[in-house]
Design a protein around this ligand. Structure first.
Ligand SMILES: *Cc1c(COP(=O)(O)O)cnc(C)c1O
Length: 419
């Protein structure tokens, strides 16, 4: 559930009319609901009952400092994939001892930084990374806690760009090779084996792939335990899907129940890395219609947000609900909703039935909290949108709209020889 609802036909975020935000902050603007973020996190966390667990919110889904601070206050840990994300977590008051570090391309500098603040675990993705991490830790006189990210070779039945657990994927190590790599890790001076990790993909809408992965992971945990490793936690990654259109993903409770059922009586801490399920439906992108256009073949609603602001439709062919903030009573029209960017891929919806929309009308793209602002760019020299966090009857701009000065920050005009 979320807190974007209509009152007398007009769309609100909690107690704040979206129209008010549009008038005062402008458009396009990302709007997040603190109540929805809180609800999603607490429901996900509570799903694990009293078994030992850490919910490490995947920072890459939505990384605004105010959002991270809200989650940190609720007791969240964090899954990071870069030093930049680590710095965000620390700035927002996150606890380093609840941070796990994922990603195939951690640099030595990033390893050093994470070691120096004392994170919970490095999710290591290759043998070469094991050796480098051990060297870096030894240089610092530290010991790096590690899990290997194991690739269980299961099909998560999701979009190919967000499927990560297949054999041909760049992520993780093949599960058949994991026992030998764990033996190497245990023999390296700068490492301490603490867990097993996996993340099979994103927007998972069925439990079967999760259970298939669990079966392989637990087989591995049992073998590693028999080999003499002390496996303290099992990190099952993130990936639980949300409803964008008509998907019916498992609830956090059903997901947790299935995982805990597979776990049996093994004494393992469960670590999770949910991103989308926490942030996705906690945000919308508010935009305004610039003008409409009819080319004889199709009717277009041209809006002031584009693929640079919200790339999921262009990148993944993703379907997002679009709604008018105030719905006109006339029958719907079939339109394409497109942005101002000079690319044919710059559309939010094609041949969608929407109530008649005219220049100046406000629209929202729903389910835009995750992989929305974080993937925004300045393509076409468009300043990135503002971000707003609503909390009850108040709202705060938690990232101001970029200015034209922001667009050229760091750029230098050099003298070039005259022709
Ligand atoms: C992207 C990612 C996540 C979060 O995925 P969601 O689908 O947003 O839950 C978690 N762990 C890793 C390693 C990831 O790459």
């Amino acid at each position: 559930m979320n807190h974007f609802e209509r009152r007398d036909g007009e769309l609100f975020a909690e107690g704040v009319a979206l129209r008010t935000i549009a008038d005062e902050v402008g458009t396009p603007t990302y709007i997040y609901s603190a109540a929805t973020l809180t609800r999603h996190f607490t429901v996900f966390d509570a799903a694990w009952g009293d078994i030992d667990h850490t919910v490490c919110y995947a920072v890459k889904a939505l990384s605004n400092l105010s959002v991270l601070a809200l989650l940190a206050r609720l007791g969240a840990g964090f899954d990071i994939v870069s030093s930049g994300e680590l710095r965000r977590v620390l700035a927002a008051g996150g606890v380093p001892s609840k941070v796990v570090f994922s990603g195939v391309g951690k640099t030595r500098d990033e390893m050093r930084e994470a070691l120096s603040v004392g994170i919970k675990c490095f999710n290591v993705e290759s043998e070469a990374e094991l050796h480098e991490l051990s060297e870096v830790a030894t240089e610092l006189g530290a010991v790096a806690p590690v899990s290997l990210r194991v690739n269980p070779d299961v099909d998560p039945k999701t979009h190919p760009y967000i499927a990560t657990g297949l054999r041909e994927s760049k992520f993780g190590v093949p599960w058949q090779r994991a026992p030998a790599l764990y033996a190497k890790a245990a023999a390296l001076p700068g490492l301490k084996v603490v867990g097993v990790d996996c993340h099979i993909g994103s927007q998972l809408s069925e439990l079967a792939p999760v259970l298939a992965a669990m079966a392989k992971l637990l087989e591995l945990v049992d073998q590693l335990t028999a080999d003499g490793h002390r496996i303290q936690h099992l990190d099952i990654g993130g990936g639980l899907g949300i409803t964008y259109q008509d998907e019916t993903p498992p609830t956090p409770a059903a997901y947790a129940k299935a995982v805990m059922g597979a776990l049996g009586d093994r004494q393992l801490e469960i670590v999770t890395e949910p991103g989308r399920v926490i942030a996705g439906n906690a945000g919308v992108l508010l935009m305004r219609c610039i003008r409409t256009k009819d080319n004889g073949e199709r009717e277009f609603v041209v809006v002031d947000a584009g693929m640079n602001d919200a790339i999921r439709p262009a990148l993944y062919g993703a379907w997002h609900t679009l709604e008018a903030v105030v719905v006109a009573p006339e029958p719907p029209r079939r339109v394409d909703v497109v942005g101002p960017v000079c690319e044919s891929g710059d559309f939010f919806a094609k041949q969608r039935d929407l109530p008649p929309i005219v220049a100046g009308d406000l629209l929202v793209m729903r389910s835009a909290g995750a992989y929305g602002f974080v993937m925004a760019s300045q393509y076409n020299s468009r300043p990135r949108p503002a971000e707003v966090l609503v909390n009850g009857d108040r709202y705060d701009v938690v990232r101001r709209r970029e200015s034209y000065e922001d667009l050229v920050r760091g750029e230098i005009i050099v003298e070039t020889p005259e022709a």
